[in-house]
Write a protein of this length. Structure first.
Length: 82
C-alpha cells in the first residue's frame, strides 16, 4: 500500500469489524466496512464503485485465487491487479 501511495495512487481498504483497528485500515486513504466478510464479492465491488476506484488488488488468500472474482471485477469495468 505504501508503494502505491508513494506513486500517487489512492488506496482504499475494505475491512470487517474484527479488523477495524488493523494497520492496513489506518494506512488506507479511505476504508470501507464490509457488511459481511472478506468473501463478499458483491460488497467489495460495490465498495470499489462507491469510492470511484479504478482497480481492485485482492491481496492474498480469500479471493486472490478465485477466478470467478477476477471475472466479476473485470465485468464490472474495474481493473484486476493480480
Amino acid at each position: 500500500m505504501l508503494t502505491a501511495q508513494n506513486m500517487g495512487i489512492k488506496c482504499i481498504a475494505v475491512y470487517v469489524d474484527a479488523d477495524s483497528n488493523a494497520p492496513f485500515v489506518k494506512m488506507a486513504d479511505e476504508a470501507i466496512k464490509l457488511p459481511t466478510n472478506y468473501k463478499d464479492i458483491v460488497a467489495i465491488i460495490e465498495a470499489a464503485k462507491k469510492t470511484g476506484a479504478e482497480a481492485i488488488h485482492p491481496g492474498y488468500g480469500f479471493l486472490s485465487e478465485n477466478p470467478s472474482f477476477a471475472r466479476k471485477v473485470i465485468n464490472s469495468k474495474l481493473i484486476w491487479v493480480g
